[in-house]
Design a protein around this ligand. Structure first.
Ligand code: NAD
Length: 506
């Protein structure tokens, strides 16, 4: 059953309009069904999304076999040809932007304008990754004295598997896919069971541009991830998700000595100095950053340390912004009454919703001060206003103790503590006092000093006067329990390669 219409010219497919109603595993270039199917849930309406495959162990074996066969050829394809395939794929993704964004809003919940942003950014990132190349490097040229040249080379590892979370399914999957195939690996994608549809379609689309077996996708239930990490035919796993699962993935991969990249959780601190240019503006910027994607971003600001001299003014502006952020079903547009389209959708999964409710219950039970939103469960009024989905309005907790659960744990939801500080060394200690180390930022009018403070933060991504920014040339990874290795940029490509020393003697 065809699910794509393509106009083909001598240069290859020029427009590929995908149908987003039926979803298949993609194995060895073919759309494959499975006996059992399942579906995810639209988190705004709690309606069922389309049925998707539930892969069996036999499906995993077939995909791994096809990936191994395809690797034999793909590893020797010239970089220029791989790059052209990835760029054409990126264009086709862009041509389907509306379809992917709509699907993402249905399964992830984020407002349509913001899922469009994810797809558009992904198109750019695919092209930027396609343009990267790991060339041979001459590390010694001793021809004259010892008669030898030594090269450092980066060779593809083999069959790579990308395990994807639900918070930015398209962008995160594309980074893994592009880094794997541009370096000559073949790739099997495993979507989150909460957001399988957009990922399955991405790989269906990829068949227009890559030979069979180079890019495949398997969707399934909770058994699928362990089948992949245990499989002896897979050589590399790139995992993005929680710390707890990351540890299980590493343990499982160790049995077959797979190469592993782990992109895990974060508990990012922002340290706000009293000399910021504009306290109210800085507070508003931070509030928007905290609640973007309903707080479900690994590098969301999750702890805001504000200097005592500006604490009250900062808190007032932060709460005013947070309380005014429109929320609701991501398909709602601006209406006739001038109500704006939502900035925040629901939490994406019921599991996440329950986790946030547990943290809110702890806020209530420990009698912490709440200055924005309220810590009640999803109230009837909220539910009526926003639909019957997993909605939680922003909650701002006023200067809780450092030991509070909302400070120590990654909320991954719209609940943020503001914390007061007055001693620089002490606030640095508090910001670093966590096993996590994904991101952190410093906000100040004194760039030189802020840079010095930033250098003392224990995190893989550190910003001054901004947060959550990422650049295609920069490696993205976590320190401490936030991860192992990095994705993005040349460092990201190296994660999909073995390093080889090649000695050429005269
Ligand atoms: P999760 O760990 O529950 O799941 C991630 C993926 O792993 C899913 O595809 C899931 O099906 C799969 N999985 C589950 N158990 C597995 C197992 N035993 N073996 C193999 N795979 C398994 O994470 P999530 O809830 O989807 O994502 C939220 C978490 O991800 C948060 O902690 C967030 O901070 C983190 N995250 C990190 C980054 C980053 O780049 N560092 C980016 C996005 C999200």
């Amino acid at each position: 059953m065809p699910t794509a219409t393509a106009t083909t010219t001598e240069a290859g497919p020029t427009s590929v309009l995908l149908d987003f109603t039926t979803f298949f595993n993609i194995i060895d270039g073919q759309k494959m069904t499975t006996e059992a199917t399942r579906h995810s849930t639209n988190p705004s309406t709690l309606e069922a999304n389309p049925e998707v495959p539930v892969s069996t162990e036999a499906d995993v074996d077939c995909a791994v076999q096809a990936a191994r066969t395809a690797f034999g050829t793909w590893r020797n394809v010239h970089h220029a040809q791989r790059r052209a395939a990835l760029e054409a794929y990126a264009d086709a993704l862009g041509a389907n932007l509306e379809g992917f964004a709509t699907m993402l809003t249905r399964e992830q919940g984020r407002p349509l304008a913001l899922t469009r942003m994810e797809v558009a950014t992904t198109v750019e990132r695919l092209k930027q990754t396609a343009a990267l190349e790991l060339k041979d490097e001459v590390v010694a040229d001793d021809k004259a004295s010892r008669g030898q040249t030594v090269l450092k080379r980066f060779t593809p590892i083999g069959v790579a598997c990308g395990i994807v979370p639900w918070n930015f399914p398209v962008g995160l999957a594309a980074l893994k896919l592009s880094s794997a195939v541009i370096t000559g690996n073949t790739f099997i994608m495993k979507p989150s069971p909460f957001t399988p549809c957009a990922n399955l379609k991405m790989v269906e689309l990829a068949q227009q541009f890559f030979p069979p077996g180079v890019v495949q996708c398997l969707s399934g239930d909770d058994r699928l991830g362990p089948w992949l990490t245990e499989h002896p035919g897979i050589d590399k796993v790139s995992f993005t998700g929680s710390v707890a699962t990351g540890k299980r993935v590493m343990e499982s991969c160790s049995r077959t000595l797979k190469r592993v990249t782990l992109e895990l959780g974060g508990n990012d601190a922002a340290i706000v100095f009293p000399d910021v240019d504009d306290v109210a503006k800085t507070a508003a910027t931070l509030a928007q950053s905290c609640f973007f994607n309903t707080g479900q971003i690994c590098i969301s600001i999750k702890r805001v340390y504000v200097h005592a001299d500006i604490y009250d003014a900062f808190r007032a502006a932060f709460v005013a912004t947070a309380s005014a952020l429109p929320y609701g079903d991501g398909f709602n547009g601006a209406d006739a009454d001038g109500k704006t389209a939502p900035f925040m959708g629901p939490l994406t999964t019921e599991l996440q919703y329950r986790h946030v409710q547990t943290l809110l219950a702890d806020v209530r039970d420990t009698k912490l001060d709440v200055v924005g939103g309220d810590a009640t469960l999803n109230s009837a009024t909220d539910t009526a206003a926003a639909g019957k989905g997993f909605f939680v309005r922003p909650v701002v907790v006023d200067n809780p103790p450092d030991t509070a659960r909302v400070v120590v744990e990654e909320a991954f939801g719209p609940i943020v503590p503001l914390l007061k500080w007055s001693d620089e060394a002490d606030v640095l200690r508090r910001a670093n006092d966590t096993r996590l180390g994904l991101g952190a930022s410093v906000w100040s009018g004194d760039l030189r000093h802020a840079g010095e403070v930033a250098r003392q933060l224990e995190a893989g991504n550190v910003w001054v006067n901004t947060h959550m920014m990422s650049h295609p040339s920069a490696p993205f990874g976590g320190h401490k329990w936030s991860g192992l290795g990095a994705e993005g940029g040349i460092e990201g490509l190296k994660q999909y390669c073995n390093v080889q020393a090649l000695y050429l003697a005269n």
